[in-house]
Design a protein around this ligand. Structure first.
Ligand code: SAM
Length: 283
């Protein structure tokens, strides 16, 4: 058995390791260090600049919860923008909704898309080539500030707030997202693991609260994001959407006809019931 290990050192004081059973790719894109390896528990693991981005075995949790929650709460989303998401997993999940007519993917690093097409087909499927997919290679902040498009749901599937991802955790970016959301639209964000990155979530929701009439978060436990449940930012001008009732969610989910492995309408509702320590962070 290999004795090579990948070690993530994202958090001071705690490192997490995964055995590398096969080193598949290691190299630099124009912007980031890409690393792909096989692990006996998580399958293929993608890291960027030394931080785990997604794994074959648990990507379904993260991608289902960042797509089906806003799309089924909205109920009639046609146009979606994904910012980041270069591994293709988010657009692949969003495109399962037949009601979605258009998905714009705004990815700053074309190398991640090319790489994911080649090595992560189990995650991205044919999503990049779906006729509804529009790929924009740009900084998500610049695109959100300049696009003439309007979106019913914006999903921020970014790296952590280091390097190119930092701009996607700024007030300026949330203001730009507010600008290009259609009336009644929903913004959801990858907002880290609150137990490990409490200030990140608190700062994001506080910034959203200054722009949207409803700013909150919801959670899911994603095994490879070490440190407990992960938080997803939620922001919208339509305060009723967060409280969409179970029968409505169930009928929309049934009508969508999507097979899931984590998302259910009951899990959707429960995800907004926050543990006290997380509720206090966004109070
Ligand atoms: N699931 C992962 C997580 O939670 O950390 C994110 C996966 S996805 C690979 C993250 C993507 O965000 C990367 O492809 C990266 O290139 C992209 N990205 C980082 N900063 C960006 C920016 N300012 N604009 C657009 N894309 C960005």
């Amino acid at each position: 058995m290999s004795d090579d290990w990948f070690e993530e050192t994202l958090y001071p004081g705690i490192h997490s390791r995964m055995r590398i059973t096969e080193q598949l790719f290691q190299g630099d894109s124009e912007l980031q260090k890409l690393n792909l390896f096989e692990n006996e528990r998580f399958g293929r693991v993608l890291t960027l600049d030394g931080v785990v981005q997604t794994t074959e075995k648990d990507e379904f949790i993260y991608h289902e919860m960042l797509t089906h929650v806003p799309l089924l709460a909205h109920g009639q989303a046609r146009r979606v923008m994904v910012v980041g998401g270069g591994d293709g997993g988010m657009i692949e999940e969003a495109l399962k909704h037949r009601s979605v007519e258009h998905v714009t993917l705004v990815e700053i690093d074309a190398g991640v898309i090319e790489f994911s097409k080649k090595y992560l087909g189990s995650i991205c499927g044919e999503a990049f080539d779906d006729p509804r997919t529009n790929i924009v290679i740009a900084d998500g902040l610049v695109h959100a500030e300049t696009t003439a498009d309007r979106f019913d749901v914006i999903i921020v599937d970014s790296t952590d707030p280091i390097g190119p991802g930092e701009a996607l955790f700024s007030d300026r970016f949330y203001r730009a997202c507010h600008r290009c959301l259609a009336p009644g639209g929903i913004l959801v964000t990858q907002n880290g693991v609150p137990f490990m990155q409490p200030e990140e979530l608190a700062k994001s929701v506080a910034a959203m609260r200054g722009l949207f009439s409803d700013a909150y978060c919801y959670t899911a436990a994603v095994p490879t994001y070490v440190g407990g449940c992960m938080a997803f930012g939620w922001a919208t001008e339509n305060e009723t959407l967060r409280h969409t009732d179970l029968p409505t969610l169930q009928s929309r989910f049934d009508a969508a006809g999507i097979d899931t492995r984590y998302y259910t309408p009951a899990v959707h509702q429960a995800a907004f019931a926050l543990p006290r320590y997380i509720g206090d962070l966004i109070a």
